[in-house]
Design a protein around this ligand. Structure first.
Ligand code: SAM
Length: 253
């Protein structure tokens, strides 16, 4: 029967392509990918001869009905992105919804993912975490997005934050984060799984200062520590004091 398999591919180190990923690609009638120039060599290396079809943000809505039709007549489709887990800051979410709505099977071959790899190497609390993906590229919208996250923290969110960032924007992004989140611990994970893998840990202002003077190269992930515990407000203090006193009273009864 037809259906969809989401297949994770390496984020830099070709050794991370799993045997099950290769088997899923071999068994697919069609491999959907972001960029055929990236995926064709991967398939060629593994001797996979499936038809390649491009699926990207610009054609996902238009192509999805035709892809679902292929699955309805029994074709097996695999979805890969240029790197890592499909759908994670990559195309495929709308296709997955359409496949679920059509009652067709969808499964995944999990594997490399830059966000989780950076998180576990950051030395920051692994859970709860919030994977944000990319921030808006322009200053104003980026600051607004960070302010929204800070507002969520003020309302009680305590999660390690994970952002994807482009090397030419990392210095400004870190500066904006330092402005909004203050001098918190953070980590910048670069070139994960590759020869020059590096995790730089420090406070947000320190990291911002570093990247302001050292041009960064390669792909990177920024991980930010959760909001520190806010000192309780006077009102909360009163509330707690009152509850403690009541509890003591009821104990005496
Ligand atoms: N789907 C991918 C995944 O599962 O990680 C992410 C795709 S997203 C379009 C690309 C971004 O992921 C890069 O800009 C960078 O932030 C991050 N990234 C991908 N590979 C990386 C690597 N080897 N080291 C550090 N960050 C990486």
């Amino acid at each position: 029967t037809g259906g969809l398999t989401l297949v994770a591919t390496p984020i830099g180190n070709l050794g991370d392509l799993s045997p099950r990923a290769v088997a899923a690609l071999r068994g697919a009638d069609v491999v959907l990918c972001e960029d055929t120039r990236v995926t064709a060599p991967l398939l060629a290396r593994e001797g996979v001869s499936a038809t390649l079809v491009a699926l990207h943000d610009h054609n996902e809505i238009g192509t999805t009905p035709r892809l679902v039709e292929r699955m309805l007549v029994g074709q097996r489709l695999a979805l890969v992105s240029d790197a890592g887990m499909p759908l994670m800051s990559d195309p495929g979410y709308r296709l997955v919804r359409a496949v679920i709505a059509a009652g067709l099977p969808v499964t995944a071959v999990p594997g490399p993912n830059a966000a989780l790899t950076a998180l576990v190497l950051s030395g920051l609390p692994p859970n709860p975490h919030l994977f944000h993906g990319f921030l808006p590229p322009r200053d104003g919208p980026r600051l607004a997005e960070l302010a929204r996250l800070r507002a969520a923290e003020r309302a009680g969110l305590t999660a390690t934050l994970i952002f994807y960032e482009a090397p030419h924007r990392v210095a400004e992004s870190l500066a904006a984060m330092a402005e909004v989140f203050g001098p918190r611990e953070a980590a910048v994970a670069r070139e994960l799984t590759k020869k020059f893998e590096e995790v730089r840990r420090g406070t947000l202002p320190d990291l911002a200062a570093h990247y302001a003077t050292h041009a960064a190269r390669g792909e990177m992930v920024v991980v930010v520590a959760p909001a520190p515990e806010e000192p309780a407000t006077a009102e909360e203090d009163l509330d707690t004091a009152l509850r403690t006193a009541m509890a003591r009273l009821s104990l005496r009864d």
